[in-house]
Design a protein around this ligand. Structure first.
Ligand code: S3P
Length: 446
């Protein structure tokens, strides 16, 4: 008995037309967190109505915040102030969402109540020591499993946390954001230094809520001296969702698309840089700043790609886009080499192994390395049955691969596309992807 959703893609398509992909996931999470802790009413538009961001929204409702919506991407948050959260009556279930769990662990470490954070099977296997260890150094009391995974049992240490000066061993925006949120409740200054630039939405949004944050090179610092003042937030489209169509239009002859109102924060545009190095034709049009975040329309037309050595400094700036970038590499002429990307092994799935397995089934010469992949592109890409292992971005990446394959591709286990991009099927079909969907016995969603 199948418990999942299956995608089937017929080859021979091309992508044409205009689309606005849904709101940015990282910013949607943060809008709920900071709006809840603000004084006053925050209006959010462009909020991502997908399972991950909704898990964060529900968690704050469970902690007593009155939140209206979402209705057509609009959410109204009646902020309770920095010290206004209430103890939840039950554990906070965060589904598949690593961002919810890691950021909340910091925010809840210094509250005057206790919480338990749980998640689905994938989230319960993901490393949490990267947040629990530095939080413990601040005086937090968080118990995880022996392996350092969820559930996280947090005993709130109101007034007891101490600021730290922490250098992250990996480039992680979730760890940085977790510690900054804890730092809002700690004595003294909390500083985080990153080994390479990572997405800075937390810092930008804190400033948007008038909360002081200090940035000195790669170090960002915060103290408990400050309050959040409600503001209006306009969430742009998620470049991580746009990425599927950037690649689709680049690999399918005859394609030409315009993706509207996409967030192009420089800490997120690695996918554009990498595709351009591969020879893609991507124009950035109508650049503007919306609510402190750069936004643009992206015009992409088909152009044959070539394999490259991906510069390591671009890895954190494109960290969520590698599944679909591997598909671009499979269609590119010559070899693509990725290194310095061991973080891909601890995402919603092991994205190196799962993509290699699927690409090999389709006849692509893909070889895993401990921190990346070697792909010999340009050969024929066949059809076959692959599995996403419940990873939303793997499912969508293989759907895009189907555009130019020589036979249909069937992708198993696609229900989790709803965690980040529930409109994917409809939007992809509107642009020209011949995608059909089959419901499993227990899951409806096609
Ligand atoms: C995110 C940070 C990244 C990214 C994730 C969202 C965030 O994770 O992969 O999808 O919103 O801060 P890491 O911090 O683990 O790199």
């Amino acid at each position: 008995m199948s418990k999942t959703i299956t995608f089937i893609v017929q080859p021979g398509g091309q992508l044409r037309g205009e689309a606005r992909v849904p709101g940015d996931k990282s910013m949607s999470h943060r809008s709920i967190m900071l709006g809840s802790l603000a004084e006053g009413v925050t209006h959010v538009k462009g909020f991502l109505e997908a399972e991950d961001a909704l898990a964060t929204l529900q968690a704050f409702r469970d902690m007593g915040v009155h939140i209206e919506g979402p209705i057509d991407g609009c959410v109204t948050i009646h902020g309770v102030g920095k010290h206004g959260l209430k103890p939840p009556q039950k554990e906070l279930y965060l589904g598949n969402s690593g961002t919810s769990m890691r950021l909340l662990s910091g925010l809840l470490a210094g509250q005057p109540f206790n919480t338990v954070l749980t998640g689905d099977k994938s989230l319960s296997g993901r490393p949490m020591k990267r947040v629990t260890e530095p939080l413990a150094a601040m005086g937090a009391d968080i118990k995880a499993t022996e392996k350092g995974t969820a559930p996280l049992v947090i005993t709130g240490q109101a007034g007891q946390l101490q600021g730290i000066d922490y250098t992250m061993p990996m480039a992680s925006a979730q760890v940085k954001s977790c510690l900054l949120l804890a730092g809002m409740y700690a004595q003294g200054e909390t500083s985080v230094t990153e080994p390479a630039p990572t997405r800075d939405h937390t810092e930008r949004m804190l400033s948007g809520f008038s909360y002081p944050v200090k940035q000195q090179g790669s170090k960002v610092s915060i103290t408990a001296e400050g309050k959040l003042t409600a503001t209006d937030i306009d969430v742009p489209s998620d470049i991580s969702s746009a990425a599927f169509f950037l690649v689709g239009a680049s690999i399918a002859p005859g394609s030409g698309i315009l993706l509207k109102h996409v967030g192009i924060n420089p800490t997120r545009t690695g996918v554009i840089s990498i595709l351009r190095l591969m020879g893609a034709s991507i124009e950035i049009l109508n650049e503007r700043v919306v609510g402190g975040e750069p936004v643009a329309d992206l015009h992409v037309v088909y152009k044959p790609l070539k394999g490259i050595d991906i510069p390591e400094e671009l890895v954190p700036l494109a960290i969520d886009e590698f599944p679909v970038l591997f598909v671009a590499a499979a269609y590119a002429e010559g070899q693509t080499r990725l290194s310095g990307a061991e973080e891909l092994r601890v995402k919603e799935s092991d994205r190196i192994q799962v993509m290699v397995d699927g690409l090999q089934i389709l006849g692509v010469a893909a070889k895993p390395t401990p921190d990346g992949m070697l792909i010999q592109g340009g050969g024929k890409i066949g059809g076959g049955v692959v599995t996403s292992h419940g990873d939303h971005r793997i499912a969508m990446a293989f759907a895009i691969a189907g555009l130019c394959a020589s036979a249909p591709i069937t992708i198993l286990d696609c229900a989790n596309v709803n965690t980040s991009f529930p409109e994917f099927k409809e939007l992809a079909r509107n642009l020209g992807l011949a995608l059909t969907c089959e419901d499993g016995a227990d899951v409806k969603g096609c």
